[in-house]
Ligand binder design. Sequence first.
Ligand code: FES
Length: 92
Amino acid sequence: MEIEIRARGHVRGRTARRRGVLNAIGAVCSHAGGPLDEGKLEGDCVECPWHGSRFLISDGRVRGGPATFGQPPLVVREQHGKVEVKLAHPLH
Ligand code: FES
């Protein structure tokens, strides 16, 4: 099951449920700003629709270039039918 969301505030996320666990990573591709929230989920990776970089949905690590930097992982919490996300680590 895939869920696409936009978080309140300034964080866009790409989520996917894998093996019962809901994960999310930042949705602005680290390569050139492509929309990962429009990318396909292939196994455990999200593929960027612009140039094909692949990132692990569990923690944002790069699994295929041209991107060389990973995506920021997001903390996901499901509560009372709502999904909340926040950055796992500050960006700066
Ligand atoms: S913008 Fe995502 S791979 Fe280039």
